[in-house]
Write a protein that binds this ligand. Structure first.
Ligand code: ADP
Ligand code: MG
Length: 707
């Protein structure tokens, strides 16, 4: 099918080869159709012209247009630092206008004494308005062009702007594009759906989103495009889930036998919480359903997910199946191994640990034990799925802290043993808001452990500046004198890794000075260290031989030292909310009052301050993840704004469009219930929409094939 929408963007008048290349690399626009989906991120009222005197705090950083005459212009500075400075004025006041780039080029285009419309975001400097890099044009009404009311503001990049594709130019390009494509935009949703949901046609929606004739029309356009985007994804996810739950066979594990009973009665060191019991039941339900389980277990840090997973491992063993537990790091795998070994001691369950540093001889032994079926539970890192590890009868797989594992890796599990695919339990301590979970994991069933074991004292959280550091040290001394231990965590962010390590080392020196041996022992652990040294440091801390652990975020997930009661997070403003929450979850695991202290720089953005305040205000992970989503938008949460299927989400904002998402999901459910295979003639367009979606997938894994 050849459509004008598939035509390479370079053939659009005014674009050409060079711009096309940058459009592709900068914003992923390759075709006419892609460009059409480059949707304004907001709108300004271009019919309104502001007076300079009107520009105050409330207008600064918004897009405005000002009609003003150039009083003076000149190049200031030399060479690379040369900038163009302009003084412009209207009858109410003066404004400075500057260009830091392209100064000479712009200089030629602007004449002193002439009037222009300047369009940009003003800022106030010492109370004086000032605009950098505005777009400008003479105030002439172009014949034949509709008077512009609301105009879209398009996102662009510095490099695109530098080759003449600023937001205004993109707007103009869009007009050219629209003239070329407007007669060739097919409807993509069935007529009955448009009618039922009162949605405007696709062609109408696309016109109005780029060139809104009114606010109502714009809202209708946005609603239609968001609904469609989310609806098609939900249709896909629900369809896959249907295939899995109705067609894919899974191992039956009906028996609750010796392993489980003995452990439950004799070894379990505490009573399960209500939430733990409920989740065990949910998993058991899957194990006797005859279908393969794909379940996400969400539970805040410290909610006791490991025990739940272990109980299910025991049920699998009772039914003659092997299990595997995968952790994201070697430290965690080792820790799981140790704590599980301690728990299952004397039950007869055979457990092994396999990581990157397992010796060759041991490796071979493990390989043999897995194939003979002697090993009941294998614990390890990615190595479990990356390596040629083969099981006799793998029936149950637990993936801990799933955000480090992708769809691809889940897919590989299928190959681990012959027979049916194993049941999969994905555990995450990163609570995911409902809307996001529906999109990222809409194909999984979800269990939630929403209750902490009894007797935990809420962690006391505060934030402090550099000037409070001495008081902080005093507090740490007090805690250590009471026999407690302390974590001090530094950020380590890829781009500035060197600097971050330097910060950590400088911090460690200060600590060594303030907390000198032999009274105190502090250890340093970071990702760049050899594994041996790292493990040794962790070990000292775990055994209580070191009171202070200074580290990067290697301790972020899963490390469990109940005697540690203080978590100090350095440069806390550089961490995201969910990461801060994860780190805080390292303390408060024993019976003692615990503390989390967020050390911040003297200057913080408003957004960073909101993050600190959110941390102080609640310890509820779900509440925080909702706040996080609102503060950062959905894009950053999982790295990119993608659904779990590797599908890009362009129009919708998962942080804000929860209502539309839930609604779209319910519509998708209704349609699939009426026509499970989408075979009805009225649903032909939906089948086409799903095919298109699958062609675009970045991760080419079709879960319905795997499971
Ligand atoms: P997470 O959900 O973060 O993985 P863990 O499974 O590591 O949590 O459990 C945290 C701590 O709580 C462990 O020391 C564990 O033994 C303990 N724990 C788990 N469940 C209970 C319970 N029902 N009662 C008391 N302590 C529990
Ligand atoms: Mg855990």
């Amino acid at each position: 099918m050849d459509s004008i929408l598939d035509r390479p963007i370079q053939y659009l008048p005014g674009i050409g080869e060079k711009r096309a290349e940058l459009l592709a690399s900068e914003i992923g626009v390759e075709t006419f159709g892609d460009m059409l989906m480059h949707i304004p991120f907001r709108y300004v009222d271009r019919s309104k012209v502001y007076k300079i005197a009107e520009i105050g705090e409330e207008l600064s950083t918004q897009y405005v247009q000002v009609r003003a005459r150039v009083r003076d212009k000149g190049i200031v500075g030399h060479g690379a630092k040369a900038r163009l400075a302009l003084v412009v004025a209207d009858d109410t006041g003066e404004m400075d206008v500057v260009w830091f780039r392209g100064a000479r080029f712009v200089m030629k285009k602007l004449e002193v004494g002439r009037e222009y419309i300047f369009f940009g975001r003003p800022t106030l400097f010492n109370g004086f308005p000032n605009m950098a890099h505005p777009e400008f044009e003479p105030p002439i009404v172009v014949e034949g062009q509709e008077p512009v009311g609301m105009q879209g503001i398009y996102s662009t990049t510095e490099r695109l702007s530098s080759i003449g594709l600023g937001t205004k130019a993109i707007y103009n390009t869009m007009r050219t594009l629209w003239a070329a494509v407007k007669d060739y935009i097919p409807e993509t949703l069935p007529a009955y759906l448009l009618e039922q949901e009162r949605l405007v046609s696709r062609v109408q929606a696309l016109h109005d989103i780029h060139f809104p004739p009114s606010a109502e029309a714009l809202n209708a356009a946005i609603r239609r495009l968001k609904f469609e985007e989310l609806f098609v994804i939900q249709l896909q996810l629900l369809g896959q889930r249907k295939v899995r739950t109705e067609k894919t066979q899974g191992y039956l594990m009906p028996k609750v036998g010796g392993y489980f009973n003995m452990f439950y009665r004799e070894k379990l060191p505490f009573a399960l919480t209500g939430a733990q019991q409920r989740v065990v039941k949910e998993i058991r339900g899957d194990m006797v359903s005859g279908h393969q389980m794909n379940r996400l277990m969400q539970g805040d840090v410290g909610s006791g997910k490991t025990i739940v997973a272990l109980l299910c491992v025991l049920i699998a063993a009772d039914n003659g199946f092997q299990s595997a537990i995968m952790a994201p790091t070697e430290i965690l795998a080792t820790q799981h191994y140790r704590s599980i070994m301690e728990l299952v001691e004397t039950t007869g369950l055979r457990v092994e640990l396999l990581t990157g540093s397992t010796r060759k001889k041991k490796r071979e032994e493990i390989a043999e034990g897995l194939l003979s079926g002697e090993i009941d539970l294998l614990i390890g890192t990615h190595a479990l799925i990356e390596d040629a590890v083969r099981f006799a009868r793998l029936g149950f797989v637990v993936i801990d802290e799933q955000h480090r594992f992708g769809v691809m890796q889940r897919a590989k599990l299928r190959l681990k043993s012959q027979g049916l695919p194993p049941h999969v339990l994905v555990m995450t301590a990163t609570p995911i808001p409902r809307t996001l979970a529906m999109t990222l994991y809409g194909d999984l069933d979800v269990s939630v452990i929403d209750e902490l074991p009894p007797g935990r004292k809420p962690i006391h959280t505060s934030y402090a500046k550099e000037s409070h550091r001495l008081r902080l040290f005093g507090f740490l001394r007090e805690q250590i004198a009471q026999g407690r231990q302390v974590y001090i965590v530094y950020p380590l962010i890829q781009e500035s890794e060197k600097m971050d390590v330097a910060n950590l080392e400088a911090g460690a020196e200060v600590i060594a000075r303030e907390f000198p041996p032999p009274d105190y022992t502090s250890v340093v652990v970071h990702g760049k260290m050899p594994a041996k040294l790292k493990d040794y440091g962790m070990e000292l801390f775990k055994e209580g031989k070191a009171q202070i652990l200074i580290s990067t975020t290697v301790i972020e997930v899963g490390v469990n030292v109940p005697n540690a009661t203080v978590m100090v997070i350095e440069s806390a403003e550089r961490f995201g909310l969910s990461q801060l929450h994860q780190l805080r979850g390292r303390v408060g695991r024993g019976g003692d009052q615990s503390y989390c202290i967020l050390m911040t720089g003297d200057k913080m953005t408003t957004e960073a301050r909101h993050r600190m305040e959110a941390m102080v205000s609640t310890t509820d992970g779900f509440r925080l993840s909702e706040l996080d989503l609102q503060l950062r938008g959905a894009g950053d949460i999982d790295g990119t704004a993608q659904s779990g299927q590797g599908i890009e989400i362009k129009v919708s904002n998962l942080a804000k469009d929860g209502d539309i998402l839930e609604y779209a999901r319910s519509v998708a459910e209704r349609i699939l219930a009426a026509d499970p295979g989408l075979q009805g003639a009225e649903n032909v367009l939906l089948v086409a929409a799903l095919e298109k979606l699958n062609r675009k997938k970045k991760v080419a894994v079709d879960l319905s094939q795997i499971s």
